[in-house]
Design a protein around this ligand. Sequence first.
Ligand code: MN
Length: 231
Amino acid sequence: MNKKLLALLVSLLVICSIFNSFALTPKFTPIEPKELNYTYGSLEPYIDKETMIIHHNKHYKTYVEKLNATLEKYLELYNCTVYDLLTNLDSLPKEAVQSVKNNGGGVYNHEFFFDIMTQKKTIPSARLEEAINKTFGSLDNFKEEFKKASLNVFGSGWAWLVSDQGGNLSIITTANQDSPITLGFNPIIGIDLWEHAYYLRYQNNRSNYIDNWFHVINWDKALINYTNPLK
Ligand code: MN
């Protein structure tokens, strides 16, 4: 076996653990955009229909397209999940890293974000609220700190409630489409702070957007994220 092939096999194993699905002529299967679990208008009046249409149909789908365009060039990445890619950025082909970071992050973060919103009125479960109280004092304090962190994101980025490997909660922010999973955190709640997420309804008033966004948090999903992180 020549060195190049061996290196390819090793990287396949390391990055995606796809040894069993290795084929002689791997075929590229594009990542498909996910549909929303609710209709575009259902988060009104907090998040307007027009914003949701553009956000999901244009911004998010563009990240999916651009990620696919990059992955298609690298045989060794064909069977990777977005989670695999973002948690192994250092192992990727050098020329692919920036695109995967931006576009893979754009895919992962937006799918997370769309899932953490709902039109249903949900409340934090006792288990998650207890953890929030322990870390932040109270749910109101948490919201205040989360809002402060969100307002302090300069330019485009995200604010997150995350847990670490020990289950400890904290609030972090990330720039651009950087994802908490790349940093080794498990995201529980996350808010998109790019202007495209709120400008049509709120213009430059990020503060009002954050206040209203609290009304559409899917606390049931937050509990699942907390107790049983999805890959
Ligand atoms: Mn966005």
